[in-house]
Design a protein around this ligand. Structure first.
Ligand code: IPE
Ligand code: IPE
Ligand code: MG
Length: 263
């Protein structure tokens, strides 16, 4: 079995995994302590830093985190404002550190509805960390997977013209890369989706990319999430057999089975 931690010299041989995280439970964490919800969000940002530090040595090359869903606009305006302020501060503080660590920050979601100063912090963090090769951190802000897919379908070019025009999976993949603002660079499929906070649902996160993701749920509230939770999730992930619709193939590696399935 692949151990859950690695020495740096082993990094070249590590699988490159895409882990997505629905960071849920900040509000309940705060309420349990009689604190305002914003404090739960602030401590949640510290948990993200812990996870980010641990991820590369656990074989993670892509980390996508759900920070604010398009449906989170339904929250009270004060909470939204506090969240936007927190995101802005986080991006300004993290950009330099991420640049040093070779972590590339990318933001996905509808930017234009967010406060201008936050949009600027997003663009500036992306510029500053561009080309980081150690890990790509994608932060989903004002994100809806359904809206993203609808946009990708609208931009995609059908295979054949006419009323029976079909959109291939490749055409959607290509178009999605444009919607995500990463032309020509397809967002990798999610290998492992983690949700903290006890709910077992996707809440409109990366629906297309999670088609064959392994799902891992924990009741731990996000501010209490430690690197050890990520390691435990990855250990379980590595024990699961992924067949991508094929029959199980004894001895085949994950990647070989995946390749057979036109990944
Ligand atoms: C997740 O925590 C963070 C955001 C949605 C912004 P919540 O704020 O949903 O926390 P709970 O689920 O109410 O505890
Ligand atoms: C999902 O959490 C969104 C984020 C973690 C940013 P929510 O708390 O908003 O989702 P639901 O309402 O439980 O589905
Ligand atoms: Mg929640």
């Amino acid at each position: 079995m692949i151990p859950s931690t690695y020495h740096h010299r082993d990094r070249a041989q590590l699988p490159r995994l895409h882990v997505a995280i629905i960071m849920d439970g900040n509000g309940r964490w705060a309420s349990l302590r009689g604190l305002p919800r914003r404090q739960g969000h602030a401590v949640g940002a510290v948990a993200l830093r812990r996870v980010l530090e641990a991820a590369p040595s656990l074989g993670v090359s892509d980390l996508s985190v759900y920070a604010f869903s398009a449906d989170n606009w339904k929250r009270p305006p004060e909470e939204r404002l506090e969240l936007f302020r927190l995101f802005e501060r986080y991006l300004l503080e993290e950009a330099a550190r991420c640049q040093q660590e070779g972590v590339e920050i990318r933001c996905i979601g509808w930017r234009h509805r967010l406060p201008e100063s936050l949009q600027e912090a997003m663009s500036s963090a992306e510029r500053q960390t561009a080309g980081g090769r150690h890990l790509t951190l994608r932060i989903a802000l004002d994100y809806s997977s359904r809206a993203t897919l609808a946009q990708a379908a609208a931009w995609a070019t059908p295979e054949d013209a006419g009323p029976l025009a079909t959109l291939s999976r490749q055409a959607i993949d290509y178009s999605l890369a444009n919607v995500y603002g990463e032309p020509g660079r397809r967002l990798p499929e999610v290998d492992l989706l983690i949700r903290s906070g006890g709910q077992q649902r996707l809440s409109d996160f990366l629906l297309w990319e999670c088609a064959y993701a392994e799902l891992w749920f924990t009741g731990t509230l996000w501010p209490d999430f430690e690197a050890s939770h990520l390691a435990a999730a990855l250990d379980e992930f590595r024990r699961r057999q992924r067949t991508f619709g094929a029959l199980s193939t004894p001895g085949a590696t994950r990647t070989e089975v995946a390749a057979g399935g036109m990944r």
